[in-house]
Structure formats: structure tokens, C-alpha cells
Design a protein around this ligand. Structure first.
Ligand code: HEM
Length: 127
């Protein structure tokens, strides 16, 4: 098995991951609530840019992703499931330093999102 090397690899990883997400009983409905069926193409394109920037240094993604997650109805279990599906996707397709980096980055960004959510919900008394 080979490593993530180019934009086709990023596309394959992202497409495979979100196909799993959409079929997942826990996460599918959370995404369906935010992303209309005809809005998946732009979402996937954003994610190609995000992961291209993270793994290939393409600098194509200039967003501030936490803002899009702040009000999602999710908890630690959703992040655990998200990461399980992400790791399973990477492991079934690739092996190597970039594949490992993808999993490490996903886990650490997920931890940051979750801790920001916990902090903000604590401040607003919603925990
Ligand atoms: C429970 C876990 C997660 C859920 C339910 C979730 C859900 C979503 C949804 C629904 C959107 C689309 C928002 C919109 O356009 O209105 C989105 C966007 C995005 N997500 Fe997540 N996400 C999760 C975790 C993560 C993690 C761990 C990462 C990073 C590794 C991530 C990176 C992104 C990025 C980069 C975008 C695009 C933001 C933009 O438009 O600039 N997400 N996510």
C-alpha cells in the first residue's frame, strides 16, 4: 500500500470518508441537517482544499473551520465516531508518513473543536 501523494489521493480519501459519514447512523443525520443534497459537491471541494493544505502544503484552504462547528448538536461520542471513520478510511487506502499525519491532525483538530465547544457551553450554562 502506498502513501497519500497527490490531489487525486486527497480526493479519494475525502470522497470515501464522507460516503461513510453519510451512511453512519450517528453522524449521517447531523451532516444532513447542515448540508442539503445539492450542497455536498461544494462541501467536498472545500474538504479537498482543507486536506490538500494540511497534507500537501497546497495552501488552498483559508477558512476558519471551528466557526462552522460551534453550534452543531454534537458531543464527545460524535467526535469519537468521526475519528473512527476517518482512521478506518485512511487505513484502508494508504500507509506512510502522510497517512499517519492525516490521522494525527484529525485527532488533534477534533480535540480542539470539542474542548472549545465544552468551554463555550460551560460559559453559557448549557453543559
Ligand atoms: C463530530 C464531528 C464533526 C462534525 C459533525 C462535523 C460536521 C461538519 C459540517 C456539518 C460541516 C459543514 C458546515 C457548513 O458548511 O455549514 C463541516 C465543515 C467542515 N469541517 Fe467538520 N465536522 C466534524 C469534525 C471535524 C474535524 C475533526 C475536522 C478537522 C479535522 C473538520 C473539518 C471541517 C472543515 C475544514 C470544514 C469546512 C469549513 C469551511 O467551510 O471552511 N470537521 N463539518
Amino acid at each position: 500500500m502506498r502513501d497519500i501523494e497527490n490531489s487525486d489521493d486527497i480526493k479519494l480519501m475525502v470522497d470515501t470518508f464522507y460516503a461513510k459519514i453519510q451512511q453512519d447512523a450517528l453522524l449521517g443525520p447531523v451532516f444532513a441537517e447542515r448540508i442539503a443534497p445539492d450542497a455536498w459537491t461544494p462541501h467536498l471541494e472545500t474538504m479537498y482544499r482543507f486536506w490538500g493544505s494540511q497534507l500537501l502544503g497546497t495552501q488552498q484552504y483559508q477558512g476558519a473551520p471551528y466557526a462552522k462547528h460551534r453550534t452543531l448538536p454534537v458531543h464527545a461520542e460524535h467526535f469519537d465516531r468521526w475519528l473512527q471513520l476517518f482512521d478506518a478510511t485512511v487505513d484502508e487506502l494508504f500507509k506512510g508518513p502522510r497517512a499517519s499525519t492525516a490521522k494525527v491532525k484529525a485527532a488533534s483538530i477534533g480535540k480542539i473543536f470539542l474542548s472549545k465547544m465544552m468551554f463555550e457551553r460551560g460559559l453559557s450554562g448549557k453543559i
